[in-house]
Ligand binder design. Structure first.
Ligand code: PEP
Length: 254
């Protein structure tokens, strides 16, 4: 089969702990009036505002992602939300393994190994986040960390389905710090991740979209997004302003 090597850019805004239902409705309205999009784009509101975004953005082409999802469909897991609960709302995908969830909520690579296929089986697009800490980078352990995260999280995904996973390379030292990775660092790490996927399937490596995340802003987006292996961005803080977010999307124009 000929692989799809077009890799349309994808820009996703992670709202983190922001967005009442009223704020979400206002955001969607302001986002919808922005220019036509040269990239795929999506937003990740909190669970409580997912349906607001699905309803307001329906038909606009803007995808709606949850910020987390549990791997089981039912059971004694207080406070958790399943894939089916998300698809019932019309949600398109889920961010999985964000470093803040790894740090504060004990998210593990082992759990991600079940979360990623559970999302795919339910028809959700998983955005799998990986990335090294500052200490790991200083100790020259970036590749070791990325290898274990990528290999473990994708272990139960078949080669054929690998291109349906979006991977976000998010160095922890760059998230919310204003310390963006240089275009070279982003390119090197993402090319390395692509090669890891290539160890499983060459076609999948060509087709899988790999995003960069970490302090992306309207004024630094273009040079990062211009890197050959960078297929888009996962944007936190700067995505909360719909105008700035639209500028980042515009920077992804091929
Ligand atoms: C994120 O939350 O995934 C992120 C990249 O945050 P920020 O853009 O604020 O660094």
């Amino acid at each position: 089969m000929t692989p799809d090597v077009s890799r349309r850019p994808l820009i996703v805004g992670n709202w983190k702990l922001w967005g009442t239902r009223a704020q979400a409705a206002d955001y969607c309205e302001r986002l919808s009036v922005q220019a036509d999009w040269s990239a795929d784009l999506g937003v990740c509101p909190p669970f409580t505002a997912l349906d607001v975004c699905v309803e307001r953005l329906g038909g606009s082409g803007v995808a709606v992602y949850a910020q987390n999802m549990h791997q089981e469909s039912t059971g004694a897991f207080t406070g958790e939300v399943s894939a089916e609960m998300l698809t019932e709302l019309g949600v398109d995908g889920a961010v999985l393994g964000h470093s803040e969830r790894r740090q504060y909520n004990c998210e593990t690579d082992r759990a991600l190994q079940d979360k990623v296929p559970a999302a795919l089986d339910a028809g959700l697009e998983p955005i799998l986040c990986v990335g090294e800490s500052e200490e790991e980078r200083e100790r020259d352990e970036t590749q070791r960390r990325l290898r274990s995260q990528v290999q473990e999280a994708l272990e139960k995904v078949s080669d054929e389905r690998l291109p349906e996973v979006v991977i976000a390379y998010e160095p922890i030292w760059a998230i919310g710090t204003g310390k963006v990775a240089t275009p070279e660092i982003a390119q090197d790490a993402i090319a390395f991740i692509r090669a890891l996927v290539g160890d499983r399937s060459r076609d999948a490596a060509q087709a899988v979209r790999i995003l960069y995340g970490g302090s992306v802003k309207p004024d630094n987006a273009a040079e990062i997004l211009a890197q050959p292996d960078v297929d888009g961005a996962l944007v936190g803080g700067a995505s909360l302003d719909p105008k700035g977010f639209a500028e980042i999307v515009a920077a992804a124009a091929p």
